[in-house]
Write a protein that binds this ligand. Sequence first.
Ligand code: BEZ
Length: 204
Amino acid sequence: MKLYSNPASPFARKVRIIVRELNLTGMVDEVNVDTRNLPDEVRRLNPLGKIPVLVLNDGSTIIDSPVICEYLNELGGGKFFPGMSIWREVSGRWRALTLQALGDGICDAAVARTYETRRPAEQQSPAQLEKYSKAITSALEVLEHASFAPHITIGEITVACAMGYLDFRLPQLSWRESHPKLRDWYEKFAQYSSMKDTWPAALN
Ligand code: BEZ
């Protein structure tokens, strides 16, 4: 299988963590692409022009990190997506998926903010920057009071990738000082070798 990825992308990082946790590295060829100048090959595979993209050995294509992660979880017999149930605090499927949505939402806002600040200063929108910052700080506030599972689910992986991306691209946010519970949880989670092995980096 081929995974189109980028070492800075928190969305691709979720997939790369699952690959490592499920010992699928020998089956998945990670190909780094420049997201600012996306190859036509990737645009053909994903009409939305986004990574990550997973191409299976038969040529089928899976897009979007939650979908790719769930596919790999099934393929590798993982337990990162809890089974169907009513809402269960800490262990249930809906808590894990809601946590994933929150983590992905932080990443959406943080990536959009990063791209906005790369525009010439006179073209940047203070209102958009404020909107992204507000989404990030409000979500962090919820996470400070969240219940994290003692086992890893896609929810915990996604939140950890979001925190890693904030450290990488928005270190000035200094989220640790005002979120001590989240900080303590993250410092432990960041010790997994799959986390250390996928620390965000710029492509060039
Ligand atoms: C970044 O450089 O911050 C980035 C690259 C790819 C996807 C998302 C973010």
